[in-house]
Design a protein. Structure first.
Length: 260
């Protein structure tokens, strides 16, 4: 039994003794407990560094993720503001009755009014244009009167909307428009071009047909104060070859043969 006791004691001494325990827990001269403790410290240091990195990204720093998505108010402030529409740049054209304007105009003579008749049914030979010529409160009206057969202009008139007041009503038509320009010439026509009144007058020589004038005068008028003044004048000469045919010479008919 002693041998058994001795063996157990030896075994116990080998596992729990101071020298034996130190030898069993050693790897290459380093204590096993010290290695485990060092690994734990390293892991804790790594977690701490990761926590600092996440905190820096979320609270500001120099990273590209710091700015995040653009704020709605910042985007609205950066976007250019569209310019406000100029309500006075375009005026609604108030349609008028040009025939009523002409017949109610005290400046037009009785002869022109008597000749102002419809060509077919109730269709008058009248062209009407609206635009800004005098910077008035409403668009100005240009009325051109022509002949029915050849559509040749015989009169150009400009009407301007007048404000209220007795003086304005005395010189205006029933619709409140005043005649501020008139040209009653043969082959005359008026148009509006970027705020200017352009009046074209055909020039005829003595033998010119109506369809082929010799030239034209183009006169530009601008509103100054309370009337139109001439600003420019251009004369154009037309080619005399226009309307003269294709130049072919008519050949004489052959004489009948004398044989018989």
């Amino acid at each position: 039994m002693r041998g058994l006791d001795d063996g157990a004691g030896e075994v116990g001494d080998g596992r729990t003794g101071g020298d034996a325990g130190a030898g069993a827990g050693s790897r290459g001269g380093s204590p096993l407990g010290a290695g485990t403790k060092a690994a734990g410290v390293t892991a804790m240091a790594g977690l701490a560094a990761l926590g600092l990195f996440v905190a820096a990204c979320s609270t500001g720093g120099t990273g590209s993720r710091d700015e995040g998505a653009a704020r709605a108010d910042a985007t609205a402030a950066a976007a250019p503001t569209p310019p406000a529409a100029d309500s006075g740049s375009a005026k609604a054209a108030e349609r008028v009755d040009p025939i009523a304007l002409l017949k109610g105009d005290p400046k037009i003579g009785a002869r022109v009014k008597d000749d102002l008749k419809p060509c077919v049914a109730d269709a008058y030979p009248v062209d009407t244009s609206y635009g800004n010529l005098t910077n008035g409160t409403a668009p100005d009206v240009v009325v051109n009167v022509m002949t029915c057969g050849d559509a040749v202009g015989i009169g150009t008139y400009v009407y301007r909307k007048q404000p209220g007041g007795s003086a304005a009503r005395d010189s205006a038509t029933a619709d409140g428009y005043e005649n501020v320009f008139m040209a009653e010439d043969a082959a005359v026509y008026g148009t509006i071009d970027r705020g200017d009144l352009i009046v074209t007058k055909q020039v005829y020589a003595e033998d010119d047909p109506v369809a082929y004038p010799s030239g034209e005068d183009v006169i530009t008028y601008r509103w100054s104060g309370n009337r139109f003044t001439q600003h420019d004048w251009v004369h154009n000469d037309y080619s005399r070859a226009v309307g003269e045919g294709d130049g072919a010479t008519e050949q004489p008919a052959p004489e009948p043969s004398a044989a018989g």
